[in-house]
Design a protein around this ligand. Structure first.
Ligand SMILES: C[S@@+](CC[C@H](N)C(=O)[O-])C[C@H]1O[C@@H](n2cnc3c(N)ncnc32)[C@H](O)[C@@H]1O
Length: 263
């Protein structure tokens, strides 16, 4: 089977054709993350706001940051490669764009957001050069991403299911812009790059939200073909056994944000 990359153009197109998959994953994080935290507010609060900034959210997805941006600044453009994703976005300005070719004038943007999206961009240097080009002197890039160690208990669980079911897992798609390797990309385009980590956990009281999460992108997490029932049943049983023994099923998370600027 062909090994997939997180910046494979066809995979990204299929995964984000509509906001269905992303909405399920985001709801899972909202409902089950401990300690409870408003993640979008946490990301935006890594900088001091004046209120008159022009904010451009590249790879805005279904618009998770719209409300939090508008509470801090009134000039806001939300852009995404996927028309389907943009349909649900409520920002005043919505633009279909590719991070690798921004339709924006040089030195025009105060705050550029590129959250949980750089691992989907085939030419990251090209996108980062674009981000540096459009930012005003003193402007800031906030780029949130995950650690390569994020949610390891879920991958371990899926390997255990595969072993018991006697099936192969779909080869997981390793994300290729992480908290660990992201700084090396960013430092080629920004003089200042700071990494801020946010550890946490998903704490599940039942098996169904885990099944639903894995089903949004079995390939991404190393799951199974949706058509094959047996591994999904084993997945349920293993999670339920751990919940019976410990009260919950815990998956540790490590996410964070890079804050980058040129002097
Ligand atoms: C995981 S979602 C993140 C959405 C949002 N930033 C958030 O944090 O909720 C990734 C988004 O990046 C978009 N995307 C992928 N490649 C892109 C590119 N080259 N240019 C712009 N958007 C892109 C996808 O369509 C998808 O909506």
């Amino acid at each position: 089977m062909k090994l997939m990359r997180s910046d494979d153009v066809d995979y990204v197109k299929e995964q984000y054709a509509t906001d269905n998959n992303l909405a399920t994953r985001m709801r899972t994080h909202e409902l089950y993350t401990e300690p409870k935290r408003d993640f979008t507010a946490w990301v935006l609060d890594q900088i001091a706001w004046r209120g008159d900034e022009l904010v451009v959210d590249v790879g805005c997805g279904a618009g998770a940051y719209v409300e939090a941006v508008q509470a801090r600044a009134h000039r806001h453009i939300a852009g995404d490669l996927s028309h389907g994703m943009l349909q649900t976005v409520t920002a005043p300005s919505r633009v279909n764009l590719d991070a690798q070719h921004l339709p924006l004038a040089g030195k025009s943007v105060d705050v550029l957001l590129a959250n949980h999206m750089l691992y989907h961009v085939p030419d990251k240097d090209r996108a980062l050069a674009e981000f540096a080009r459009v930012l005003r002197p003193g402007g800031v890039l906030l780029a949130a991403t995950n650690s390569a160690q994020n949610m390891m208990e879920l991958s371990a669980l899926l390997r255990q299911v595969a072993a018991q079911a006697g099936v192969a897992t779909l080869p997981p798609v390793p994300i290729n812009f992480t908290l660990e390797n992201g700084a090396a990309f960013l430092q080629r385009h920004f003089a200042r790059v700071e990494r801020i980590d946010l550890p946490g956990a998903l704490v599940f009281p039942a098996a169904q939200p885990i099944v639903d999460y894995v089903a949004t992108s079995p390939r991404f997490v190393g799951g199974f073909e949706p058509a094959d029932d047996q591994p999904w049943q084993i997945l349920r049983e293993l999670v339920e056994a751990e919940i019976a023994a410990k009260g919950t099923f815990r998956v540790n998370k490590l996410t964070g944000v890079f804050r980058c600027w040129n002097d």
